[in-house]
Design a protein around this ligand. Structure first.
Ligand SMILES: [Zn+2]
Length: 357
């Protein structure tokens, strides 16, 4: 009897799983959340894999030598016979991690020459010996500084020391904007007829970057990705929050929940209701992108359930440029001309929003 009951329960569970699997495409919100959760796990795993180099904690000597009240924030002694020009520094804004490669710096160097300065902006300081792999070239020591916010570096050196100052983006630029190309890496986004959304999102972003470079305004623009990487949702939104950005734009493309090709087409913009300025910014994005591309205006959509919108401290808009499930838009979205028009629309929206909201 008990065995029968168990078999019956197994059958019911099996049937329910089948029904839910088949019904999933008809509940787009639930489906979106499942897809999002999967993407986030993948992105986190990719990030952790990159972090696997063996790092050792490093201390900062917090006292500055006498008579150096105007001293720089951080001082690094150059190893003997190493010219400051050979030091390479990479500032990864997305992870707030600064990687400094010092040729000729070995364990003895790190033991005898502490880094001198203020630890005000520093969350973690560590070093590893280069092994020619991801963490650095052989024979070089790699110092990693994890900062508490996004900073620009002001660097300088003399015969003895390499100097670092940390400046907030607002100390360097009049305005600050963060651009987020959707998906990336092993998360392709919507895929139709072999075309991956992540590639279109990135292509539009790179057009936008070109426009910003051409115009030369004093706007600091930070990108969550300019290649096929896949930052976590949290890294994406924190780039906006920790850089003190004025605006945050995420670029995506749409598809119908059931994935079928259809007549449905046009641009829509999502925003979070809790920030009034987000609504204004979203409206400006919608107006400018549809004006520039000639696409149908599908209106504004409340996007409180979207992680990067919900967690943004700054006015944010997520633009769904077009539908990949619409044959005409799928083809348009792949052309450089349409990508450029979209980017021009977003650029105009940003310029307008920086004045109006
Ligand atoms: Zn997307």
């Amino acid at each position: 009897m008990e065995e029968k009951a168990l078999k019956f329960a197994a059958c019911v569970i099996g049937a329910l799983t089948l029904v839910m699997g088949a019904a999933l495409p008809f509940f787009p919100k639930f489906r979106t959340r499942l897809v999002d959760a999967k993407e986030e796990r993948q992105a986190q795993a990719e990030y952790e894999r990159q972090q696997q180099g063996k790092m050792q904690e490093l201390e900062i000597l917090d006292e500055l030598p006498q008579g150096q009240e105007d001293a720089r924030q951080l001082k690094l002694r150059l190893p003997e016979d190493v010219d400051g020009g050979r030091i390479t520094v990479v500032n990864d804004y997305v992870t707030q991690c600064v990687r400094i490669e010092v040729p000729g710096a070995d364990n003895a160097y790190f033991d005898s020459y502490p880094i001198v300065g203020s630890s005000n902006h520093i969350d973690r300081l560590s070093y590893s010996m280069g092994n020619g792999g991801v963490s650095g070239s052989a024979g070089a020591g790699v110092i990693e500084i994890v900062l508490d916010r996004v900073y620009e570096l002001d660097m300088d050196y003399d015969d003895e020391f390499y100097y670092f100052d940390f400046l907030t983006p607002k100390e360097v630029y009049d305005k600050v904007v963060v651009i987020d190309a959707g998906h990336g890496g092993r998360a392709p986004g919507a895929t139709k007829q072999g075309v991956m959304e992540k590639k279109i999102d990135l292509a539009i972003t790179l057009e936008l970057r070109e426009i910003f470079q051409e115009r030369g305004d004093n706007i600091g623009v930070y990108y969550t990705r300019t290649d096929d990487s896949n930052p976590t949702f949290d890294q994406r939104v924190q780039l906006a929050n920790l850089s003190g950005a004025d605006l945050f734009v995420s670029i995506h493309n749409n598809s119908l929940g059931n994935g079928r090709m259809s007549d449905t087409n046009g641009t829509q913009v999502m925003y979070d209701e809790s920030l009034e300025q987000s609504l204004k910014f979203a409206r400006i994005c919608l107006e400018e992108v549809t004006a520039s591309t000639g696409s149908k205006n599908r209106g504004l959509i409340e996007g409180d359930s979207i992680y990067i919108l919900r967690n943004s401290d700054v006015p944010a808009a997520l633009i769904e440029v077009g539908f990949m499930t619409n044959q005409r838009e799928l083809e348009l979205l792949q052309t450089k001309e349409y990508q450029r028009k979209t980017a021009e629309g977003i650029y105009r929206a940003i310029r307008r929003a920086l004045k109006e909201i």
